[in-house]
Design a protein around this ligand. Structure first.
Ligand code: TYD
Ligand code: MG
Length: 446
């Protein structure tokens, strides 16, 4: 019987190759090339099964009771599903998962946390900081996959949290805990267990500073849902986002603030971002931005500082560096705003993250206001993407953005010329070019 020659695959990024190499040609990881299982022609055929004979109504999420998590998960955790919660060390993954575990256990359900990183007493200390600890919340203080599997088969909890997937030990497989092969094997075995027992499993996975999962990127293919937890560790704001979700949409964001008693959901992010706004200061404007599909108002601030006769050095915080570069270039070249001889600082105030191109217009108006020292009216918002010709282009979900601006009491919005009518009480100023936008806020003569 003819066998196909074995191929090879990178266990880090999944790149196929025909021969073994010491490092991957695509992602450059060393020691990640492994043979794929060779296919045997002539294997026994399997039966075809009509798709309609399967019950497709199973994917009903069970709420975790943590509102911002349920929002991102599309309602909650689906029984038998596997979710990867990733994030940098220290960002709050253990805290968030423990809060989810507590909340699910508070309804009387059995929940298990595998404490591979910390001693149970440390986990207990953290849990008591978060509030009362339900009696149905238990721990497994062991990292052997076989012990964990046997215990879960017997206990049949509703939810198990693995903190973290990088600490598990799979016997008979090479590599130390946390290595590519170990993490992948552990994830496959727990995924099989989740599917066969209907237990919801949450893996915690550390990512390195550059944002890659420390371990196989292939893990993302194994699990049903990937949620990532991020934020600036020096601020208390945290963002929860989905990058993959088999059971629902992937475009929502959950916001939390880290307090001394755990993570608290931020129900009104716009109000939070605008709370300390310095009304009437030059260089500031509010933009109705979109974070995933959630409209959030944020204050964009700009400051210019003379640097002699040099080209501007651009510094950004909370706004995209490439958007800032583009906006600065278009301001100079298409709208006659002179930035030469000034360094430009631009930020989204209050820890907001505004990466959406719809914030371009606000960024441009904030910089123009900083250069002239003339403030915008405090009741105005601006929204539009800026093109290289200096045109103001339409943006996604403008109606929802304007509703949010109206809800927070804004009365005037500078918008692209194609904008449909906004909510009653919000006056729209439609502009086709950046020059028209500058004129609309009395900054045209800079
Ligand atoms: P942790 O959940 O341990 O992070 P990770 O699992 O992602 O490594 O949380 C880390 C930080 O959160 C730590 O610096 C302490 C802080 N923290 C609070 O500020 N308040 C709290 O109630 C808790 C439990 C932690
Ligand atoms: Mg942790």
């Amino acid at each position: 019987m003819a066998k196909k020659p074995p191929g090879f695959i990178c266990t880090e990024c999944g790149a196929p190759s025909v021969k073994w190499t010491g490092s991957c040609g695509r992602c450059s990881t060393w020691g990640s090339i492994e043979p794929t299982v060779s296919g045997v022609s002539g294997a026994a055929a399997t039966d075809l099964v009509a798709l309609s004979s399967f019950d497709g109504s199973q994917a009903i999420p069970v709420p975790t009771g943590i509102g911002e998590c349920d929002r991102v998960l599309g309602g909650g955790l689906v029984p038998g599903s596997v979710t990867l919660l990733s994030g940098e060390p220290g960002i709050g993954k253990s805290t968030l998962s423990l809060q989810m575990a507590r909340s699910v256990a508070a309804s009387g359900a059995s929940v298990v946390v595998v404490t591979g990183e910390e001693a149970p007493s440390q986990v207990a200390a953290r849990a008591s900081r978060l509030g009362t600890v339900p009696p149905t919340l238990c721990v497994i203080d062991d990292t052997s996959i076989e012990v964990i599997e046997a215990t879960l088969h017997q206990a049949r909890p509703q939810l198990v949290v693995i903190d973290s997937i990088q600490t598990l030990v799979v016997p008979d497989i090479d590599g130390t805990p946390g290595s590519v092969v170990q993490v992948r094997a552990a994830a496959h075995r727990l995924t099989d267990l989740a599917k066969s027992t209907n237990i919801s499993v949450v893996f915690i996975g550390h990512v390195t500073k550059d944002g890659t999962l420390a371990g196989p990127r292939l893990l993302e293919h194994v699990v049903d849902t990937v949620i990532s937890f991020s934020g600036d560790r020096h601020h208390d704001l945290r963002f929860l986002r989905t990058s993959k979700h088999r059971f629902g949409p992937t475009n929502d964001v959950g916001l939390f603030e880290m307090t001394s008693t755990g993570l608290r959901g931020v129900e009104d992010p716009s109000a939070r971002f605008l709370a300390d706004r310095c009304v009437g200061a030059p260089g500031s404007i509010v933009v109705p931005a979109l974070d995933e599909r959630r409209p959030v108002l944020a204050e964009i601030q700009a400051l210019t500082s003379p640097n002699g006769d040099r080209p501007p050095i651009l510094s950004n915080q909370g706004v995209g560096a490439s958007r800032l570069k583009l906006v600065a270039a278009v301001l100079e070249q298409r709208a006659g705003v002179k930035l030469w001889g000034n360094d430009v600082f631009a930020s989204a105030a209050g820890g907001a993250e505004v990466k959406d191109p719809g914030a371009d217009l606000g960024l441009a108006l904030a910089i123009a206001s900083a250069v002239t020292g003339r403030a915008h009216g405090s009741e105005v918002v601006a929204c539009g993407e800026i093109g290289l010709a200096g045109e103001v282009r339409s943006v996604a979900q403008l109606d929802r953005r304007l509703q949010e601006a109206h809800r927070l009491g804004f009365r005037r919005a500078i918008v692209p010329s194609s904008a449909p009518d906004g909510p009653l009480g919000l006056r729209l100023v439609r502009v086709s070019t950046l020059g028209e936008a500058l004129a609309a806020v009395n900054l045209a003569s800079v």
